[in-house]
Design a protein around this ligand. Structure first.
Ligand code: GTP
Ligand code: MG
Length: 313
């Protein structure tokens, strides 16, 4: 049986191979996603993000256990834009995976950047679709941090959970970094630590309703699993809210439109820059700029003019 057929049967080994293909941008990957795409749309995709060390991995682990109790199949993608490509699971994830080793209803996989962050967001989308087609009910995307790339990756999710903790220093930092805008649900984890109540009230005070949804703040102790059922309940409520929105169709259309434009932009930039980089004209302009016969700005504009002519404008 070929990889797509095995993925559709829920074979985790095939899922792993399929994700490697999209990660490597293998020729087969495009055909694979094409085959699987009609079988997607069933899963609920949850993004989990937040500053380093707030307990995301611990929490996701407990979420898996709770979802399994509720009879859901779970796929986890641990995406780390800052770490180099490893060609498979990171050590930590291998250890985590061992805990769920005998359970075919769980699959954990890490993805790392090869210095190509736009590509990482795209690979994340494809990996989500592979999980979805393989019959996972819940897909969790776990990312570190709150930068530009992370928010691009988190946009793939249907719901975003932001994990904070007491003693983070200054919650205002989180506000500045734009983290408060992306959360549909907030978690103050490590509620066993001192200052937890303060963080809870400060966080709640910063969140306002958006389109009739007031993001809740859930208190958890990921180490013990306290608060995890409440988190899953909040996620279910959010899903129901989202599915009941009258503009749902339009939102989904906008998401697809953004994805298509993003993909075209990426391909276009890559193709054009690669060709440009190989062209003698480009090398000449580099030399001329180096020799101060022209300046970088003029040189860039010269190239751009040629490109526009090249694409027929
Ligand atoms: N006291 C306390 N410690 C916790 C809790 N949850 C997690 N931790 C600890 O916090 C540390 C960081 O936990 P991780 O789950 O690795 O945090 P993370 O957010 O995934 O970290 P990065 O992936 O590095 O950003 C570990 O030592 C955990 O054992 C909690 O509820 N209470
Ligand atoms: Mg982690």
């Amino acid at each position: 049986m070929d990889i797509p057929s095995l993925v559709l049967k829920g074979d985790n080994k095939a899922v792993a191979r399929a994700i490697t293909l999209v990660e490597n941008r293998d020729e087969q990957a495009q055909q694979l996603v094409k085959r699987l795409y009609p079988h997607t749309g069933h899963a609920f995709v949850i993004g989990v993000t937040g500053p380093t060390g707030t307990g995301k991995s611990t929490l996701v682990d407990k979420m898996i256990i709770e979802y399994r109790k509720r009879g859901k199949k779970v796929g986890v993608l641990a995406v780390d834009p800052s770490s180099p490509f490893t060609g498979g699971a990171l050590l930590g994830d291998r250890i985590r995976m061992l805990r769920h080793n005998l359970d075919s209803g769980v699959f954990i996989r890490s993805m790392a950047s090869r210095g190509d962050v736009g590509g990482l967001a795209r690979a994340t989308r494809d990996a989500v679709r592979i999980f979805d087609a393989s019959g996972k009910d819940i897909i969790i995307i776990e990312t570190v941090g709150i930068g530009q790339t992370e928010s691009e990756i988190i946009r793939v999710a249907d719901a975003t959970v932001v994990i904070l903790m007491p003693q983070l220093g200054d919650e205002i930092q989180a506000v500045k970094a734009g983290i408060m805008e992306i959360g549909d649900i907030f978690v103050v984890n490590k509620f066993d630590l001192e200052g937890a109540n303060r963080t809870f009230y400060n966080t709640a005070a910063l969140i306002g309703p958006r389109n009739g949804w007031k993001p809740p703040v859930i208190r958890t102790v990921a180490k013990t699993g306290k608060g995890i059922p409440e988190l899953l309940d909040a996620l279910r409520k959010f899903r129901e809210y989202q599915e009941g929105q009258p503009n749902r169709q339009r939102v989904q259309k906008e998401k697809i439109a953004a994805e298509l434009l993003g993909r075209v932009k990426q391909e276009l930039t890559e193709t054009v820059l690669r060709k440009l980089n190989q062209s003698p004209e480009f090398q000449q302009l580099v030399d001329r700029t180096l020799a101060k016969k022209t300046d970088p700005n003029t040189a860039a504009r010269t190239l751009l003019r040629r490109l526009i002519r090249f694409t027929g404008e």
